[in-house]
Design a protein around this ligand. Structure first.
Ligand SMILES: C[S@@+](CC[C@H](N)C(=O)[O-])C[C@H]1O[C@@H](n2cnc3c(N)ncnc32)[C@H](O)[C@@H]1O
Length: 248
């Protein structure tokens, strides 16, 4: 039997080519980008161009390509090869890119895939720096609900950060039984949880060792949902949480 990860990889690889043409994807990533800018202090005090960014579940790069012009570097990781191919196709149109993406299930801050990619980007910008490469900011949008173990991924992200680095993770909130409708029934296999829970995320971030933790409603996405359970097809508002924390 296929694992949830394999089901996800197949679905997202298949959806990759049409991903960017879905206007809800454009809307949600624009809102995530704005939330990241609001929450991450470097965008407030003008140090954003010094940021080395890691993005988990970068997909086709909707958030990545918005963020990249504002930061020093960005590495996206994603487990679906179709998503990485779509990301790389867009990258090929850019002269001297400061971002790239790698097909990788990140479970270790020192993984050769991550470290090798970071070394490559550093070399391309003419920097002589030594591994291990660590990051100033880790972002992720609409990916936490696919990841089997939240404590495990948060521990990995914490290890990926430099001291003073921050996570700014956005995903839809599990606000109750209706949150399940975020995904149509046919897309539910492979969805690990139907949104993230505010109190749980706060506890997990604190338990991982993050400081200045904030788990707050950052924006709302209005989205069409299918008819289900006697209710008609309609538009529903889905709240999104920003999960923020700093490594000291
Ligand atoms: C809903 S899509 C969001 C993509 C992108 N962040 C966006 O908003 O357009 C979720 C993405 O997470 C990726 N993904 C799922 N599980 C993952 C994991 N364990 N590690 C990294 N990426 C993962 C999927 O392949 C997919 O590209």
């Amino acid at each position: 039997m296929a694992s949830a990860q394999e089901i996800n990889n197949a679905r997202f690889s298949e959806e990759a080519l049409s991903w960017d043409s879905n206007k809800r994807h454009g809307e949600s990533t624009q809102k995530a980008f704005e939330a990241i800018q609001q929450y991450v202090p470097a965008f407030e005090d003008g140090r954003n161009k010094e940021l080395d960014v890691l993005e988990i579940g970068c997909g086709t790069g909707l958030v990545s390509f918005m963020l990249a012009p504002h930061v020093r570097s960005l590495i996206g990781v994603d487990t679906a090869d179709g998503m990485i191919s779509a990301f790389s196709a867009k990258l090929s149109a850019i002269d001297k890119p400061n971002l790239c993406a790698v097909n990788h299930l990140l479970t270790n801050a020192d993984s050769p895939q991550l470290q090798g990619t970071a070394a490559l980007l550093a070399t391309q910008r003419g920097e002589e720096s030594a591994p291990p490469y660590r990051f100033d900011l880790v972002v992720s949008h609409l990916t936490l609900h696919h990841i089997p173990s939240l404590p495990q991924i948060l521990a990995t992200l914490h290890a990926c950060l430099k001291p003073g680095g921050v996570v700014a993770l956005t995903d839809y909130e599990d606000f109750g039984p209706e949150a399940v409708q975020f995904h149509p029934i046919r897309k539910r296999p492979g969805v690990e949880r139907h949104g993230i829970k505010r109190d749980e995320m706060e506890e997990l971030l604190l338990g991982t060792g993050f400081n200045e933790v904030r788990t707050e409603k950052a924006f709302v996405l209005r989205k069409e949902v299918e008819a289900e359970g006697g209710k008609p097809a309609r538009e529903m508002d889905f709240p999104f949480l920003m999960c923020y924390g700093m490594k000291i």
